[in-house]
Design a protein around this ligand. Structure first.
Ligand SMILES: Nc1nc2c(ncn2[C@@H]2O[C@H](COP(=O)(O)OP(=O)(O)OP(=O)(O)O)[C@@H](O)[C@H]2O)c(=O)[nH]1
Ligand SMILES: [Mg+2]
Length: 267
């Protein structure tokens, strides 16, 4: 059996009282995180270590926010409007985009960046001669981030493109925290998910500019109460625009396309 290694002062590292994360001497931390860590490790009034939570997401989100601003400037500079579509898996994002590219996309040039954990199924479904598509497979990451979008966009020929659709990874939690540089965040809630999802997952709905209540063609068959869902969406996202639609029956699709036209992309 190996003897217990002796810890010398040079090896010593301080352990965060809550997370157990070690702040090793000489390790470089970003300024906000360094301040958090110093405050946490400072002796409390009784001489013991002060117990405070360090939010390790800060540097990650800071970096993402900087890249998102860069994306936003790039999109604005090209005169295109970027929409970030987020929802649970299977809410109908790709189906709506297929229909949108076939109808609206023939008059107004569109491009798509689509993210999934695995497979290029959605990229293949969205492939059209008149609309460039980039598929990003995140390999396990539950959301797109600004750097992934930048890489996806770099691979596209954006000549003449006025609308960029970003179909996020199907997930109602993680994408809420990651700004991609979009001008419009579109959150989809489908009738198959239940009326209460806005109440259970408020951050993503709070961040929406537009909420789409999808698959309304099957609402009655499911016993889904549209008025209750609308009330819940209104409670969490009172200022967001709301459109009820079905990519299958076509109900509400004209209103969605009018919304896209109202974004008035410049070129
Ligand atoms: N009844 C009905 N089914 C729909 C509608 N839109 C999509 N679907 C069906 O819902 C299923 C999922 O649709 P997708 O468009 O792949 O959903 P998604 O949000 O892109 O899914 P992920 O990318 O996996 O998150 C498919 O079987 C679609 O045919 C709709 O308006 N009505
Ligand atoms: Mg999809």
């Amino acid at each position: 059996m190996n003897p217990t290694p002796e810890i010398t002062p040079a090896d010593e590292c301080q352990i965060h009282p809550l997370s157990g994360a070690a702040a090793r001497p000489g390790r470089l931390l970003s300024a906000p995180l360094a301040a958090e860590v110093s405050a946490t490790l400072a002796a409390g009034p009784d001489g013991g270590a002060a117990v405070r939570a360090v939010d390790l997401r800060v540097p990650l989100l800071e970096k993402n926010d900087i890249l998102a601003e860069r994306n936003r400037g790039y999109f604005l500079g090209r005169g295109l409007v970027a929409l970030n579509l987020v929802s649970s898996p299977g809410s109908g994002k790709t189906t709506l985009l297929e229909r949108t590219l076939d109808e609206f996309g023939r008059q107004t040039k569109c491009a798509v960046v689509v993210g999934d954990l695995e497979t290029d199924n959605d990229g293949l479904r969205l492939r059209r001669a008149h609309a460039p598509v980039a598929q990003i497979t995140t390999g396990g990451t539950c959301h797109l981030d600004a750097s992934m979008v930048a890489r996806g966009v770099e691979s596209l020929d954006l000549e003449g493109v006025k609308i960029l659709f970003i179909e996020n990874v199907g997930n109602l939690v993680c994408p809420a925290s990651f700004d991609l540089g979009e001008q419009v965040r579109v959150v989809l809630l489908s009738c198959t998910e239940g009326e209460d999802k806005p109440l259970k997952y408020p951050p993503i709905f709070k961040s929406a500019n537009l909420v789409l209540l999808t698959k309304v063609d099957i609402a009655d068959a499911l016993g889904f109460k549209r008025d209750v869902a609308v009330e819940n969406i209104r409670r969490i996202a009172p200022t967001a625009r709301l459109i009820q639609l079905s990519s299958r029956s076509g109900e509400g699709v004209a209103e969605w396309l009018d919304y896209l036209r109202s974004l008035n992309p410049q070129r």
